[in-house]
Design a protein around this ligand. Sequence first.
Ligand code: PXP
Length: 249
Amino acid sequence: MSLRLGLNIDHIATLRQGRYARDPQSILVEPGPVEAALEAERAGADGITAHLREDRRHIQDHDVFQLKERLTTKLNFEMGNAPEIVEIALQLIPHDVCLVPENRNEITTEGGLDCVTHRVALESTIGQLHDAGIIVSLFIDPDPEQIRTAAELSAEFIELHTGTFAGATGETRRAELQRLVEGARIAHQLGLRINAGHGLNYSNTRELFAVPHLVELNIGHAIISRALRVGLVAAVSEMKALCEEYPAA
Ligand code: PXP
């Protein structure tokens, strides 16, 4: 099976909130993240990711419930491990949940989840999500200890944080890529399935194909940025075509 593409639609909601956060009932409200998600599915996206942050800075509660109802692929619900959001996940029952670290002052998710430090709290949340039939992914750095802990916590997936690789140059970049390769090997041996995301774009994604065993890439900013120039359908189709170059296992 070819590498799957998940589109992160948070940035579309950011644009909407920039104008309509105080007047969500306005008849002018746009752009709609749900409509964009449906268009992206028609263009070949294999799933849609939305992050309901505690501060509700972009995606809103009604967005995720509409996505759940209207998507024909799957909803990957990205969330921090906060009781209020866990409660929403248990009402929503998305196809999968990706647990991420969340810090109110960050512009976007920074770094992977520390599942070694937060093991006890994660154990309880993962248990609740599993009991509800939700597949769990942990967004972590390619660190062997984090990967082993993710396996011990019975997560089905990890999402390898590619942001450090994407933002690095020269020797650091080669070392980061190697860390991702090694991390994917360890995760695969432990029976974990492997996604990757953060900072991926039309030029660095092919380089990431050195990482084995990838199931899905989650990409937001680069696709939405490109969509401003070529439209969402073309932006998604181009990235999907790139994903199809990923070497078969
Ligand atoms: N995966 C995770 C877990 C993320 O938090 C994000 C950013 O919200 C992404 C993927 C997508 O990152 P980008 O917008 O840089 O493509």
